[in-house]
Design a protein around this ligand. Structure first.
Ligand code: SAM
Length: 274
């Protein structure tokens, strides 16, 4: 399902690094080795399952491409574990931070980030053992093309580890319609499409990401049909605040990660073998 703003500038939107909210929330100001270490610890605490997908068997002694870099926490993990690392992002700031990370960690000889578009990868066929892309392809406007491209650059037997938003999540199916139509969040956004996009990714001003596409497991199986094997799992959940007889009850997302998130979680994690 396409949720795209009528006119958009994806490149400039993502120049505000995704993770900027978390960086400020942690009280961090300047980007340096120490602040990034604090940020990365918080990032992996928030996504405790992530390294179970991007696991060592797909990294150790492998040539790895990562697409969609953001603040680069996962990039840092991958570049420290693989043989060679290339990060690719459409926007300049994610590329800069990942190159700075490589330099700060003394890994520039084997790790670098480049500016480029997931829809038209600037690499020869069958170059990589592993392609990782977490929360990016659904922002490109042509997820199918990006999957064809990553299939092309993967070696036979190589793996793609991808996260795409789940169309059948608790948020999308139940919470968003309630919040928009009943709890009147529509006051802030022009239409339901814009509200939906903002509920997934918004910048510091609260503006919605220009392109956010969501997928069902069935659609993902179809998109990855050329791969010989595919596994899909559901992860991630929101925090919830309920009001019960005037009393506020807060349910942190950690309560849901091992139960409801496995059924109606926000994200679909895909491991596909070429
Ligand atoms: C939501 S962030 C995810 C970043 C990181 N993987 C994470 O999980 O924190 C999406 C990233 O995808 C990048 N992106 C968006 N469209 C892209 C495209 N067509 N090609 C490459 N990167 C793109 C954005 O610049 C941004 O850094």
């Amino acid at each position: 399902m396409a949720e795209t703003a009528p006119s958009h500038n994806n490149k400039s939107f993502w120049n505000e690094l995704c993770g900027s909210h978390l960086f400020s929330f942690l009280g961090l100001k300047e980007i340096n080795k120490d602040s990034l270490a604090v940020f990365d610890k918080a990032y992996f605490k928030m996504y405790p399952y992530l390294k179970n997908y991007v696991r060592n068997e797909f990294l150790n002694a492998k040539d790895v491409l990562e697409i969609g870099l953001g603040f680069g926490s996962l990039s840092q993990h991958i570049m420290g574990s693989c043989k060679t690392y290339i990060g690719l992002d459409y926007s300049e700031n994610p590329v800069k931070i990942v190159n700075d990370r490589a330099e700060m960690s003394g890994l520039s000889a084997t790790a670098k980030a480049l500016n480029g578009d997931a829809r038209d990868l600037p690499f020869e066929n069958e170059k990589f053992d592993t392609v990782v892309s977490i929360g990016c392809l659904h922002h490109t406007g042509d997820t199918r093309k990006t999957i064809d491209e990553l299939y092309r650059v993967l070696k036979p037997g190589g793996h793609a580890i991808i996260m795409l938003y789940n169309k059948n999540s608790f948020r999308k199916k139940i919470v968003n319609p309630y919040k928009y139509f009943v709890a009147k969040r529509r006051k802030k956004y022009d239409n339901y499409n814009e509200y939906t996009r903002a509920s997934y990714d918004a910048n510091a001003k609260g503006e919605a990401a220009p392109i956010v596409d969501l997928y069902s497991k069935k659609e993902i199986k179809e998109l990855f049909a050329r791969f010989s094997k595919i596994k899909i799992k559901t992860e991630n959940f929101d925090n919830y605040l309920f009001v019960w007889f005037g009393k506020e009850i807060y349910w942190p997302r950690e309560y849901f990660l091992k139960n409801l998130a496995k059924i109606m979680g926000l994200d679909l994690y895909i491991i596909a073998t070429k």
